[in-house]
Design a protein around this ligand. Structure first.
Ligand SMILES: [Zn+2]
Length: 344
């Protein structure tokens, strides 16, 4: 065979081989920041289609939050919710569970939580009892710091639960945290907030942190004197953006690229906490589920970055899709605008 033709033939074979060897683009992980108006309901869908719902919003006579969760479940094309993780037993997180379980026929797999209620208050005892009753007969696992939730393709690592926490750094974390020196001594917190389950969800290089309503004293145990978590791409601002959480030493050490506030129109996004998140080194964008009506213009982001600018809202939400190279896209479902954050 003439040499030139041989060369072309080899090139042809090489080209075919490279096409057939090229891996298909990996499926994204999806995260829905469902608007439950100052509570939490975050739906995570793995690339393989497994699902984790973190909290279920408020109770409501019309089942508002359960309906909004179901809308996201349907939007994601899910037939069931594989795991429901309850961060703690405050009404804005656990209150929607009875309606979600009873009302609408969605199959729920396993409930995950930190174990019995640890707060001495009538309202929380009542809400915990309603939760226990609702999940009777379902699979139920009490999670501990360091444990992983078995989901294919992504890692869901428990960092804190029932007031305990991981004590050794995650891989590639553990650096001394220079922001600790100037951090004021945090207050003791006997509420369920301090018992929140906190998770880090990883898909390849992409890292998303959700610490529930963990307050400063417990936050700082994860961040000082060494940052046990490392840095994150996406940060669900803790405790709706209240100032009792979101210590600068934690937030700044996390070095988030993008922060999402699950605030309500009149709940969370305290100006001081908003400023800490806003000024966090390396922050590329801040998004709010609501305009914070009790704050001021200087402590609200521009309307393009808000899902629900009006107090009387339609429950618009944010959707994030993330790929294992660390790049991700956030969609504001009110405007349909998509913002991409390429890999770094
Ligand atoms: Zn809350």
């Amino acid at each position: 065979m003439p040499r030139l033709r041989l060369a072309f033939l080899s090139l042809f074979i090489f080209t075919i081989a490279s096409y057939s060897l090229a891996a298909p683009a990996p499926k994204p992980m999806q995260i829905y920041f469902i608007d439950v108006e100052g509570g939490q309901a975050t739906l995570v869908v793995s690339p393989a289609g497994q699902s984790l719902l973190i909290d279920a919003g408020w109770p409501d006579a019309d089942g508002r939050d359960a309906d909004r969760i179901l809308a996201a479940v349907h939007q994601a094309g899910l037939q069931q919710i594989d795991y429901v993780l309850i961060t703690h037993y405050h009404r804005d997180h656990v209150g929607g569970i009875p309606q979600l379980v009873a009302g609408n026929g969605i199959k729920i797999g396993t409930f995950l939580d930190h174990g019995p209620n640890l707060e001495d208050s009538e309202v929380t005892r009542t809400d915990y009892a309603a939760y226990e009753k609702a999940i009777a007969g379902h699979a139920h696992v009490v999670v501990k710091p360091g444990w992983g939730v078995p989901m294919k393709g992504i890692e869901v690592r428990v960092l804190a639960a029932a007031g305990d926490r991981i004590t050794t750094p995650l891989p590639n974390a553990g650096e001394a945290n220079s922001y600790c020196k100037s951090e004021p001594t945090p207050a003791q917190d006997e509420s369920e907030n301090a018992r929140s389950v906190g998770v880090l969800i990883t898909y390849g290089k992409f890292r998303f942190l959700d610490l529930g309503d963990l307050t400063k004293k417990k936050e700082l145990e994860l961040a000082c004197p060494n940052n046990l978590i490392g840095t994150v791409d996406l940060f669900l601002v803790t405790h709706h953006g209240f100032y009792e959480s979101n210590s600068k030493a934690l937030v700044w050490a996390l070095h988030p690229r993008v922060a999402v506030f699950n605030n309500g129109a009149r709940k969370g996004a305290s100006p001081a906490a908003w400023q800490i998140v806003h000024d966090s080194p390396g922050l590329e964008d801040l998004w709010q589920l609501h305009y914070a009506a009790e704050s001021d213009k200087d402590h609200n982001i521009d309307p393009e970055h808000i899902a629900n600018p009006k107090e009387n809202c339609e429950g618009k939400y944010f959707k994030v899709t993330a790929t294992p190279d660390g790049s991700f896209t956030l969609t504001n479902t009110r405007t349909s605008n998509e913002k991409s954050y390429p890999k770094k």
